[in-house]
Design a protein around this ligand. Sequence first.
Ligand code: ZN
Length: 349
Amino acid sequence: MSDAKSLLQELEGLVPECNARLDQASSLSDMEELRVDFLGRKGRLAKIMSGLPALSKEDKPVAGKKANEVKTALTDLIEGRQSQLERAAITESLSRFDPTMPGRTPNQGSLHPVTLVMDEICDVLIGLGFEVATGPEVENDWYNFEALNIPPEHPARDMQDTLYISDSILLRTHTSPLQIRTMMERTPPLAAIAPGKVYRRDSDITHTPMFHQIEGFLVGKDISMANLRGTITAFIHQLFGAETEVRFRPSFFPFTEPGAEVDISCVMCGGTGSIDGKACRVCKQTGWVEILGCGMLDPNVMKAVNYDTEIYSGFAFGVGIERVAMLKYGIGDLRMFFENDIRFLQQFS
Ligand SMILES: [Zn+2]
């Protein structure tokens, strides 16, 4: 009997003891400690209750009932104090919140410099009457090489380091396959531009494995080199300003006959070859920078798409977008366009 008595006394003692400890608990972690101490699996209540099996049959229900009452009382006490502390914590954090402080402005996205230049070039050429053509970046050999007068074993294939997917499937090395695709779908007269990504196995300060080109081509009756010169000159004057000088140099591309490279007076030094008495690095003191390649469509290209060379002739030109962007913005390293450095890109927003 005395066992039951002391067990009940111990149980009754838990509530005032817990109450006293509550006053000292000042944080939520104190409260957790206290809860474990009193109500945990190895806590005070559990320890007292471990004496229950030893009690007599009559005492057991009395002690069990008391234990439940104490457990409820302890739980109420602890949870009550806990929610009090939680509310206090919220009030405290709100008191530190100043609604009058200026907010953090989220970074605003902007167009990539390559996109800006691409759009600008397209706008100029669309203004000159060209339509936009698009096509696949994964191309087959025929469109990328053979139809453009570059048969297998042709030395010109060495001019471009090609990324092959299989023997006959590759990543297009230029936007020129769009000439072939468009010409096969249409009958002249036609004038189109093909902007897009191209791929080559190349990576250094002036080469990246992926870059952007715009191909332009025009086919009709009596199209001559004069039409090509007029179109290119108008294009360059709109892009770089009417004061820009343009010169054509004979060059070779398998898909043109004749072919030419086009230089413009250096945009950095104004064609003088020097800036403030120092040699201009962009044009290496020559006063000229190369801007694009072009030429009259080779008769073999016309034949590949079944155009009658007795009736039709045409010209094509290809512009490297990054090249133009580097000149327009004075950027020295091509790779900067693709490093995604926010500090670099923000300058164009
Ligand atoms: Zn220069």
